[in-house]
Unconditional design. Structure first.
Ligand SMILES: Cc1cc2nc3c(=O)[nH]c(=O)nc-3n(C[C@H](O)[C@H](O)[C@H](O)COP(=O)(O)O)c2cc1C
Length: 429
């Protein structure tokens, strides 16, 4: 009997992403509304021979190679989990699939990776150049692994060639096809070819999953309407903020960081990091746990020097709120000014008569301050006060047009940084 495939109709799917699609991210994607999640590609040889260990402390299942975790999963994701294999060999692909079969729902073959590592090994997008080999691997998996099998491809510039390939692939008995709408040599910054999905959807009767350049929640409905695809798969949009799957809108980064850290341990309360991280209420506190306060402080200092926001929570929102507050205050001030001119005048008279001497002293101090400020600005324009690029730029006469913007300074990528401290597997890819 054929294994039951996953339900792809209207599915929102977390794409396979090496280094990113770790267990915490997959669990969060599911929590935020993704229907299915892919593991990062794991190369066949990387997983074959791994020891399967149930981690009694945190409930995870770890696949270990010489003590190193190659793949970590949790039973709660099994019914939605697609395990992606990188392979150029039908036997090894099958062995890899059988190794993890009891903990995942579907096996996917990566036929779209254009990276040198994959291509040189005859894997990824190289398989699209050898359709017989590609289909041989899929057929072996379909016939023998006991799970539904799917595959992920790119497109050829040639439409006919693409349609011929997808029909061959469908004939192997796979249960769904994910299509990344770029050519092998196209980079992510180049726009995807959304117009190519429909003809593929029309050419096959298995569910097609559209992937490429889907950056907003609303894009998912648009692409479904445009192409008739069954599911929609998101990679970089989820890398930037995994709460992209929430229909109510994305959450602030800080919430994501906290959630990631919680999931990172999946109830691994014995870890020495667990309690301090759960208690951390700021990004600095997170850095402190990992002895990275110095890095955090020097970054903050640099931001402050330029008057840029230092809160990672949601700087644009905070800035907008501050502006709004300022505008409101100015309005109130103007209104009060009109209403209370007489009162103010009276107050001034009283102040002059009672605080005459203090006022004179204040004025004197103000004059002295003006001299100090004037001296300092002369030094700054000569580039003498400090050697920061901003001061030098200013000194060089670039003026306002060359003032650095926040985009000029590398902003820490919160999720990526936290990712590097994850205890989950780093699949070979
Ligand atoms: C960091 C990163 C890692 C990726 N790793 C994989 C992978 O392991 N397997 C795969 O098939 N595609 C991988 N991809 C490609 C994505 O799954 C997806 O096809 C591509 O990024 C286009 O989707 P997007 O426009 O939503 O980013 C990766 C992409 C990124 C950004």
């Amino acid at each position: 009997m054929q294994p039951q495939p996953l339900n792809y109709t209207n599915a929102a799917i977390l794409a396979p992403m090496v280094r990113i699609g770790t267990l915490p991210v997959r669990l969060m994607a599911l929590e935020y509304g993704a229907d299915l999640v892919y593991t990062p590609e794991v190369v066949d040889r990387g997983i074959v021979g791994c020891e399967r260990v149930v981690n009694e402390d945190n409930g995870t299942i770890d696949y270990l190679s010489k003590g190193v975790s190659i793949f970590r999963t949790h039973p709660s994701e099994k019914s939605k989990l697609v395990f992606q294999i990188g392979s150029a060999n039908a036997d090894l692909a099958l062995q890899a699939a059988l190794t993890v079969a009891q903990d995942v729902s579907t096996i996917d073959l990566n036929c779209g990776c254009p990276k040198r590592f994959s291509i040189h090994g005859g894997m990824g997008a190289a398989l699209m150049e050898e359709p017989e080999k590609l289909c041989g691997i899929l057929k072996n998996l379909v016939d023998n692994c006991g799970l539904p099998v799917t595959c992920k491809i790119r497109i050829f510039p040639d439409r006919e060639r693409t349609l011929k390939l997808v029909k061959m692939i469908e004939a192997t008995g796979i249960r769904a096809l994910a299509v990344h709408c770029r050519y092998r040599d196209e980079r992510p910054r180049e726009p995807g070819h959304w117009d190519r999905f429909k003809e593929i959807v029309d050419a096959v009767s298995i569910p097609v999953i559209a992937n490429g350049d889907i950056k907003e929640y609303a894009d998912m409905a648009r692409i479904r309407e445009l192409s008739g695809c069954a599911g929609v798969m998101i990679a970089r949009g989820a890398e930037a903020n995994v709460s992209i799957f929430r229909k109510e809108g994305r959450l602030p980064h800080m919430d994501i960081v906290r959630q990631y850290i919680r999931r990172m341990f999946v109830e691994d309360t014995k870890s020495p990091y667990y309690r301090p991280l759960c208690d951390a209420k700021s990004f600095r506190a997170v850095c402190k746990v990992f002895e990275m306060e110095d890095e955090f402080d020097s970054w903050t200092k640099k931001q402050e020097e330029h008057g840029w926001p230092t809160d990672l929570d949601n700087p644009p929102r905070k800035a907008a709120e501050a502006k709004e507050k300022e505008a409101k205050a100015a309005n109130v001030k103007a209104k009060t000014k009109n209403d209370k001119v007489a009162d103010v005048k009276m107050a001034e008279v009283v102040a002059e008569s009672t605080l005459g001497k203090r006022k004179q002293d204040d004025l004197k101090e103000e004059e002295e301050e003006k001299v100090v400020v004037a001296t300092a600005s002369v030094s700054v324009s000569a580039g003498e006060v400090d050697g920061t690029p901003a001061a030098k730029k200013h000194a060089a006469g670039d003026g306002a047009s060359s003032q650095p913007t926040p985009a000029d300074t590398p902003q820490p990528d919160v999720e990526t940084e936290v990712e590097t401290i994850s205890t989950t597997s780093t699949p070979l890819a």
